[in-house]
Design a binder for this molecule. Structure first.
Ligand code: MEV
Length: 337
């Protein structure tokens, strides 16, 4: 039996603009998905997931065909989760050159699903790592990140960026520009996350920004301005002491950039009332900065606050369903057992 766990992520800066070739900086957070893989004698795959839907579920299907499993899924979220687990199994089989390998798989996750925190990437990364290790064929991190990206690409019909899977594999902060991803140094950033319980439609939101950009010059300028914020943010991170507690001054400067970034995302039409309310509640509670993270439209905000007030203030904010602290996850995917 092999158990691996991989972190979720927030965008410190740069979502949406990254679609147009600007850099972005996602950062892994200490909220993990844990996948247990136990090889079987036959070619079946049995998946148990306690936390991926309100009721939890267990599904068993025959593997080895390369087709997506035909599952009578009890809920859309379960169906989506199964798609990712199945894609991870297929990548593991192909990496280990064992097309008929069967597994008992258990998935547990601390990352809210579909909230823009990279839950699917974390499941895929931990799943491929656990399954290949269980087969005695562990992958190096570069191949793991690449296979996890390919798994997401397949499930999301070509709509995946490398950011989530790379960040979840490597941990820490990451710089993404086009297909190039590299880890960058960062201090221990004190993230606070507010979740409105919903999720925007990434495809629709990306299409909306594209239309705006085609119609209005300001939107193209806004995308470029987000790129400038990312470059300024990278400079600040590069000057900080890696993996140390950041100074107040640094948090204030990073926070200002996050505030600007949120304003520009709002100008591109991807914020929402719930996200704006949480962003303002975090700022009012003393957070150094706050912005939406991910595609927007609903889902999560991320704030920087080393003190206690922001999670409490968020939990009293109308529209906020869950608020929690999440330190930077300096370690990416890891073997637990
Ligand atoms: C979504 O998490 C991030 C976006 O930039 C889309 C993408 O990069 O694929 C909005």
């Amino acid at each position: 039996m092999t158990v691996c766990e991989a972190p979720g992520k927030v965008y410190l800066f740069g979502e949406h603009a990254v679609v147009y070739g600007e850099p972005a900086v996602p950062a892994a957070i200490e909220r993990r998905a844990r996948v247990t893989a136990e090889p079987r004698e036959d070619d079946h795959v049995r998946v148990t997931a306690e936390d991926l839907s309100l009721d939890g579920f267990t599904v068993e299907y025959t593997g080895g065909t390369g087709d997506r499993p035909d599952i009578d899924a009890p809920a859309p979220l379960v169906e989506a989760a199964m798609g990712y687990v199945d894609a991870a199994v297929r990548q593991a089989r192909s990496a280990a050159d064992t097309p008929d390998a069967g597994f008992d798989i258990t998935v547990e996750s601390e990352i809210p699903l579909g909230a823009g925190l990279g839950s699917s990437a974390a499941v895929v990364v931990a799943g491929i790592d656990a399954a290949t290790r269980a087969l005695g064929e562990p992958l190096d991190r570069a191949e793991l990140a690449d296979r996890a990206y390919r798994a997401e690409f397949e499930v999301q019909d070509g709509q995946a960026s490398r950011a989530d899977t790379f960040c979840s594999t490597m941990g820490g902060a990451v710089r993404v520009e086009g297909d190039d991803c590299e880890p960058i140094d960062a201090p221990n950033l004190p993230f606070v996350i507010g979740f409105d319980g919903g999720a925007g439609d990434t495809g629709e939101l990306v299409a909306g920004v594209r239309e705006l950009r085609e119609e209005y010059r300001f939107a193209a300028d806004t995308v470029r301005a987000i790129g400038d914020i990312v470059r300024d943010g990278e400079e600040l991170l590069a000057e900080a002491v890696p993996e140390a507690d950041p100074s107040r001054e640094l948090l204030e400067e990073l926070g200002d950039l996050m505030d600007f970034n949120h304003g520009l995302l709002a100008a591109l039409g991807v914020s929402a009332r719930s996200l704006d309310a949480m962003v303002w509640a975090a700022r009012d509670a003393g957070a150094h900065g706050a912005k939406l993270t991910g595609a927007g439209g609903g889902g999560c905000i991320v704030a920087l606050d080393p003190d206690a007030e922001t999670p409490t203030a968020l939990s009293y904010t109308q529209g906020c369903e869950e608020a929690f602290r999440a330190e930077l996850a300096t370690e990416g995917v890891r073997v637990v057992e």
